[in-house]
Design a binder for this molecule. Structure first.
Ligand SMILES: Cc1cc2nc3c(=O)[nH]c(=O)nc-3n(C[C@H](O)[C@H](O)[C@H](O)COP(=O)(O)O)c2cc1C
Length: 213
């Protein structure tokens, strides 16, 4: 059975453009493989804790040498990392906030991208400790952020690409839903653009011809 971790990051809940697109992606994955097991984590509803002094100190102590307090300080991090380690496929849906990821997603990154846990420092740079796995990132933005029509910087795409690569995840595809801000037909456009993208990225297998034997 394929396990899928679906992470949503919008504060807009059910009205969220990125979340809606992420759900369409899950629908397509299910149509291809009805047996997938989906674990949902909605960071917009339940944000991870911000890193504090206890966490920053504990993460530098080797596992076997941590006190009970230090182990407790890393408990949420271990839980979120375990979720990531267990998944075969990752779906990350997020709005752009102020040119980059929302604070809740940055908090999640600080919990899971941990030195000597999910990546190692080497003379050649940081090396990811997780196995690669297919990852789909859906980004919703009010304005245009990609290509000639962009009138603002996009720090989100290169940043998330670097974060995922540092974890060891390099098979990443982005869907950008742009210019949603003032569009009265936003919901219809999100659905149409997502379905068109899915047709290109995750086409449904042709129905097998029925045997007349
Ligand atoms: C705090 C905040 C910051 C935002 N910053 C940007 C931005 O930098 N660039 C942009 O194009 N849109 C920005 N937006 C608009 C959202 O990206 C846009 O409304 C998006 O469709 C929201 O996706 P969601 O419905 O999945 O939350 C911002 C929205 C909020 C609430």
């Amino acid at each position: 059975m394929t396990s899928v971790l679906a992470i949503a990051c919008s504060p807009a809940g059910a009205r969220s453009a990125s979340g809606t697109a992420g759900d369409l992606l899950l629908e397509r994955l299910r149509a291809r493989d009805p047996d997938i097991a989906v674990v949902r984590r909605d960071l917009g509803v339940t944000p991870p804790a911000f890193v504090d002094a206890g966490f920053a100190a504990a993460m530098l102590v080797t596992e076997g040498e941590r006190t009970a307090g230090q182990t407790a300080a890393l408990a949420e991090s271990e839980c979120l990392i375990a979720e990531l380690e267990a998944t075969d496929l990752l779906v990350l849906s997020t709005p752009m906030h102020n040119f980059t990821v929302p604070a809740v997603l940055k908090a999640w990154i600080d919990q899971v991208l941990r030195v000597e846990r999910t990546f190692r420092r080497t003379p050649a740079g940081k090396v990811g400790g997780l196995r690669d796995r297919p990852t789909y990132v859906v980004v919703a933005s009010g304005g245009r952020v990609i290509g000639d029509l962009a009138r603002q910087p996009d720090f989100l795409t290169p940043y998330l690409t670097a974060v995922l690569a540092t974890l060891g995840i390099r098979t990443v595809r982005f869907l950008h839903l742009e210019g949603l801000g003032a569009d009265p037909a936003k919901a219809a456009r999100v659905a149409a653009e997502t379905r068109a993208w899915l047709d290109a990225q995750l086409p449904l297998p042709r129905p097998t011809a029925l045997s007349d034997g």
